[in-house]
Design a binder for this molecule. Structure first.
Ligand code: 13P
Length: 248
């Protein structure tokens, strides 16, 4: 059986208390979606957002966590702290963190292990740059990011993989259907042996997913949902993406 599909929204460094109205609108429009719906807001919004969705159909997640459980790490957040305010997921190794904060595969794997220890599901992101794609290195880059970023103990229940080509993020450009399908097939194959039952690991596509292209992406083999940036900020747009995933 195919795993339960997942529509995940990554708000990045966007949104404030007033933006919680978008969550109210989303809950009102999609009280019982068939797919799992997840919002990863800035950490400061997790607690107030939890109050808006409590008992509802929307799960919450962080956008990063520290590899350590606690300690002198000014500005960082531990996985258990995310969990404590209502998160059940955390995005790790997003290309913006890999680029802006120098996160290596080893750092991502350590953070994912910490997330697992705290009972969070880790959404581990991988993706090639435009230069790597131009040099036809995409498949080797993705394989090596997967090998290096997935910790021991990863399972289909505690790990989701998001394929986000760096050049497709926030640009309005998306890979062709064949390019997405090729990478997702490679990821499914590569996960065998690294996680218990690779067929049950959710594989998300991310990078300029919009209401207008969602259905076509969700129809591709081994695409179990999306990690959505800009289009997750507005309930109307994200709602259309949820509806497309439910219909896929
Ligand atoms: P966009 O949907 O804005 O391209 O962002 C994708 C992304 O980085 C999600 O994590």
């Amino acid at each position: 059986m195919a795993p339960r599909k997942l529509a995940a929204g990554n708000w990045k460094m966007n949104g404030d208390l007033a933006a919680l109205a978008e969550i109210d609108a989303l809950v009102a429009a999609h009280p019982a979606p068939g797919c799992e719906v997840l919002i990863c807001p800035p950490a400061v919004l997790l607690h107030p957002m939890k109050a808006r969705v409590d008992g509802g159909a929307i799960a919450l997640g962080g956008q990063d966590c520290h590899a350590k459980a606690s300690g002198a790490h000014t500005g960082d957040i531990a996985a258990a702290q995310l969990k404590g305010v209502g998160a059940s997921y955390v995005i790790l190794g997003h290309s913006e963190r890999r680029a802006d904060h120098g996160e290596t595969d080893a750092v991502v794997a350590a953070k994912a292990a910490a997330a697992h220890a705290a009972g969070l599901t880790a959404i581990i992101c991988v993706g090639e740059t435009e230069a790597q794609r131009d040099r036809e290195e995409t498949l080797t880059v993705i394989a090596s990011q997967l090998d290096g970023s997935i910790p021991e103990g990863a399972t289909a229940a505690n790990t989701v993989i998001a394929y986000e080509p760096v050049w497709a993020i926030g640009t309005g450009r998306t890979p062709t259907n064949d390019q997405i399908a090729e990478v997702h097939a490679l990821m499914r194959e590569r996960l065998a042996g690294k996680v218990g039952d690779a067929s049950q690991v959710r594989l998300l596509y991310g990078g300029s997913v919009k209401p207008d292209n969602a259905a076509q992406i969700f129809a591709l083999p081994h695409v179990d949902g999306a990690l959505v940036g800009g289009a997750s900020l507005k309930a109307a747009d994200f709602g259309r993406i949820i509806a497309a995933l439910d219909a896929a």
